[in-house]
Design a protein. Structure first.
Length: 506
């Protein structure tokens, strides 16, 4: 795409763009507490994007699970342009459900003033999923074909076509800490790293990453946790509060360091971005400190694929429409291994926290509806029902107050193919994270380009409990706008403007 803009230029494989960030500060007036003084601030930056797309590997922790096996089969199917028979007819491979690969962005208007759209992934050079090299670890020794069969997600005819290729793929041994995941997972744990000391286990994981990178001739590796939900780790002063204490605790084989934190630490030490797709507190203060010191990107927590994504849209709509949600009751039942693991109270508590915090910022944005400290009732229930398999049922009821004390009740039944919704998010997270490693910024007057903050807030669209600098934003529309407008800034275009001013003029 050719961009004719005074704010951008291409030179020596880099795209340079000038970007002015405008921030309006609202300061309470000293004369009246209900009045604000609005102050516009402008900061000028230059963005530099490396246009050369590297050879990238994606290592999944929990590769043999439903998400990992489904994603791997889908990559093979798309790369080979496979079609397969279903009871509804012939289905062709696609990337539906991926923000970057299956949605569009407005780039401007045509000569008639009508909007023009292009695929979102065409705004900047991004990794092609066909070129992605996939690997990883799992506590189960099954190869990826056996894992795919066990998951019971994909149609039999598709499984048949990818089976031989999948059978050649086998996860590396992983680590299994019984205290952090449900006891019902123990019968799957037959593929474990032999070392029992955490210091040695960390070195094995680091060596796995190095070998994967070298053997596949990769430029970059991204590590992503798609394994079981763990219980929350206790935050202990002197153990996981700083990076130095955390690394020392690993030397001491401390019991309160989770497997997900171990993989995060290994990734950071190998200069590989790490993304947490589950709800536990992988990023304890010591891990955050290590990422900041090493300037390695991290993102999390918990894939936002079905019920919570819908909730972040609906509550945003209700509050912005001046309708007051009084109570949100969310019930789920599912029959896959995720549901089995969440049947344990400690692991369910991790999920409950990530699912209930999703409405906080939207509620707090409207003091007309909610007094300080007021919050809607919000209850989340998850039950394990083996017969439904990966086809999760989500039932939501929203009790709302409307005009003059009236009530409006919204009930939603949502059948979510869990892994088919989560797998495209894994691709989005990996592709966007890799892109961020090629974009740097400098403020006007500076001479050296720098990386962005290690916490990738821009990944929030794909995550239930987004790790963020400051308070997270949960509104789905704002999260998407952040991605789209950042891409536009990188190519020298102004943010998306929905004022439709041209349609208001005579």
């Amino acid at each position: 795409m050719y961009i004719n803009s005074p704010n951008s230029q291409v030179k020596d494989n880099y795209l340079y763009s000038n970007y002015t960030y405008e921030l309006t500060k609202a300061v309470k007036s000293s004369s009246s507490p209900d009045q604000f003084d609005l102050i516009s601030e402008f900061k000028k930056y230059q963005l530099r994007t490396d246009l050369r797309v590297p050879r990238v590997g994606l290592m999944l922790v929990g590769w043999g699970g439903n998400n990992g096996s489904t994603l791997t089969a889908a990559l093979i199917a798309n790369k080979n342009k496979l079609s397969w028979k279903t009871r509804r007819g012939v289905q062709h491979a696609n990337y539906y459900g991926s923000l970057l690969l299956a949605s569009t962005s407005k780039i401007g208007v045509d000569q008639n003033g009508e909007d023009v759209f292009v695929p979102l992934n065409k705004l900047l050079p991004m990794v092609d999923p066909d070129d992605l090299v996939i690997g990883g670890w799992d506590i189960s020794s099954k190869n990826l074909a056996e894992s795919m069969e066990r998951a019971q997600v994909l149609e039999p005819d598709l499984q048949r076509q990818v089976y031989d290729q999948m059978a050649k793929l086998k996860p590396l041994p992983s680590i299994y800490y019984k205290d952090f995941i449900a006891a019902n997972q123990e019968n799957r744990a037959d593929n474990l790293i032999k070392e029992t000391n955490k210091k040695d286990q960390l070195e094995v994981i680091r060596e796995n990453i190095r070998n994967f990178k070298k053997s596949n001739n990769l430029d970059k590796v991204i590590v992503l946790w798609t394994a079981n939900t763990e219980r929350f780790a206790d935050l202990i002063q002197g153990v996981n509060d700083t990076s130095d204490n955390l690394l020392n605790a690993i030397e001491q084989n401390h019991h309160e360091i989770s497997a997900s934190s171990m993989f995060a630490i290994a990734s950071i030490l190998e200069n590989c971005p790490f993304i947490n797709g589950s709800p536990q507190n992988t990023f304890v203060p010591g891990v955050l400190d290590l990422a900041y010191k090493k300037s390695v990107y991290i993102g999390g927590d918990d894939f936002k694929s079905g019920q919570t994504k819908l909730k972040s849209v609906l509550v945003d709509f209700l509050v912005n429409a001046g309708i007051k949600p009084l109570g949100i009751t969310s019930y789920n039942h599912l029959g896959n291994n995720d549901g089995l693991n969440l049947n344990s109270p400690s692991q369910f508590r991790s999920k409950e926290i990530s699912k209930t915090n999703v409405v906080d910022d939207m509620v707090d944005s409207n003091p007309i509806l909610y007094k300080k400290g007021e919050h809607p009732d919000h209850v989340v229930v998850i039950k394990y029902v083996p017969s439904v398999g990966d086809s999760k049922r989500a039932l939501d009821e929203y009790e709302n107050e409307i005009f003059m004390g009236g009530r409006k009740t919204i009930s939603i039944h949502n059948t979510c193919e869990d892994s088919l919704l989560a797998s495209p998010l894994i691709l989005d997270l990996a592709i966007l994270t890799e892109l961020m490693t090629r974009i740097q910024v400098k403020e006007e007057g500076q001479t050296v380009y720098e990386n962005f903050h290690p916490i990738l807030s821009i990944l929030s669209y794909m995550l239930k409990a987004p790790l963020s600098v400051g308070r997270p934003i949960n509104s789905l529309s704002k999260q998407r706008n952040a991605i789209e407008n950042f891409f536009r800034a990188c190519i020298g275009l102004s943010p998306v403007n929905d004022l439709i001013f041209n349609k208001m003029l005579r």
